[in-house]
Design a protein around this ligand. Structure first.
Ligand SMILES: Cc1cc2nc3c(=O)[nH]c(=O)nc-3n(C[C@H](O)[C@H](O)[C@H](O)COP(=O)(O)OP(=O)(O)OC[C@H]3O[C@@H](n4cnc5c(N)ncnc54)[C@H](O)[C@@H]3O)c2cc1C
Length: 288
């Protein structure tokens, strides 16, 4: 493993100062479950590793009337077990429970899962379906952007040099909702998804879909939403045929590749199947 300087920081500004002092040759360390593996494999060679685990501005989970705010350092296990998350954003709790093993979930953070920008990141599709926003701190202060503008490609995000993801913001609603996250992986645990599907449906008083969100993992260069399917569903009641039609469109809208985990054809077929199942399940849940 290549050697590097290690610096522990406790404030956001210290993290930013340390990153700018290293002139682009540093990496932030949260749980380290991606970063340390990448350094060991020579895929990343930072001269300085800035440990941000003690930065209190990036910690904690707060619930206000209409928003769940999650610090970037929140570990995946907390998301899986928190009562606030399972009551207010059960889709995120479900996705968190499917990430890695229990040991990994205790170490891995939600900020790290997003900033690593793997197309198969489990929390990303759930957060996209939940309309999450990300708060970013950098030289010019704080900015907040929609998560669907955050990912640029495999391993690439909009984060500029030295910028740090501080919090996630999830808008809450009292409307009737149903949501599911399905993950397919070669092994049952400790494996990345070769397809991930998150579905969220919100209903009006007459069981019509007032808001639909479909987000997919591991079938495009980034985790994606599928707006064409969402538009097709909104304003309708969900029949079996409507679910099949929307699932067809979702399968046609993604760009999966073939690799050692699955072929592109199989991935597309699984998007179709899981979207159909997911839509029917989320609709049933929202009506009950
Ligand atoms: C055995 C194993 C199994 C795994 N299984 C899964 C799985 O099933 N599903 C899945 O999605 N992932 C899986 N992973 C990947 C990994 O655990 C997750 O992506 C995890 O959430 C990363 O979080 P971390 O805190 O460990 O990130 P780190 O490794 O600390 O950081 C990851 C990257 O993000 C950057 N970063 C971290 N936090 C911030 C921040 N706040 N602002 C800016 N940049 C930041 C780091 O510099 C680094 O480039 C697995 C990993 C292992 C080793």
């Amino acid at each position: 493993m290549q050697s590097f300087d290690y610096q522990k920081v406790y404030r956001l500004q210290e993290a930013l100062d340390a990153a700018s002092a290293s002139k682009g040759a540093s990496a932030f360390l949260a749980g380290g479950t991606d970063l340390l593996v990448q350094i060991k494999e020579g895929k990343k060679q930072p001269r300085c590793v800035i440990d941000v685990k003690g930065v209190h501005e990036m910690a904690g989970l707060t619930l206000s009337g209409d928003e769940l705010s999650i610090g970037a350092l929140t570990c995946i296990r907390t998301l899986e077990t928190s009562l606030s998350v399972s009551e207010k954003a059960p889709l995120l709790a479900q996705a968190a429970a499917k990430l890695g093993s229990i040991q990994i979930r205790h170490r891995a953070t939600i900020g790290g899962n997003l900033c690593n920008a793997s197309p198969s990141a489990d929390t990303a599709s759930a957060l996209l379906a939940l309309d999450a926003q990300v708060e970013i701190y950098g030289k010019t202060g704080t900015r907040v952007i929609d998560l669907d503008k955050f990912f640029l490609g495999p391993g690439a995000t909009v984060l500029g040099d030295g910028e740090i993801l501080t919090r996630l913001k999830i808008p809450l609603t009292r409307k009737r909702r149903g949501s599911v996250y399905y993950k397919l992986s070669t092994r049952k645990a400790m494996d990345l998804a070769f397809v991930g599907v998150a579905v969220l449906l919100e209903l009006d008083g007459g069981d019509r879909i007032s808001k639909a969100r479909i987000a997919l993992a591991a079938v495009d260069p980034t985790p994606i939403r599928v707006p064409s399917v969402e538009k097709q569903l909104e304003g309708r009641m969900l029949s079996f045929d409507a679910a099949r039609e929307s699932a067809e469109l979702a399968a046609r809208s993604c760009k999966p590749i073939s690799d050692h985990r699955a072929s592109a054809e199989y991935r597309r077929e699984m998007v179709r199947e899981l979207c159909q199942q997911g839509l029917l399940a989320a609709y049933r849940q929202a009506k009950s």
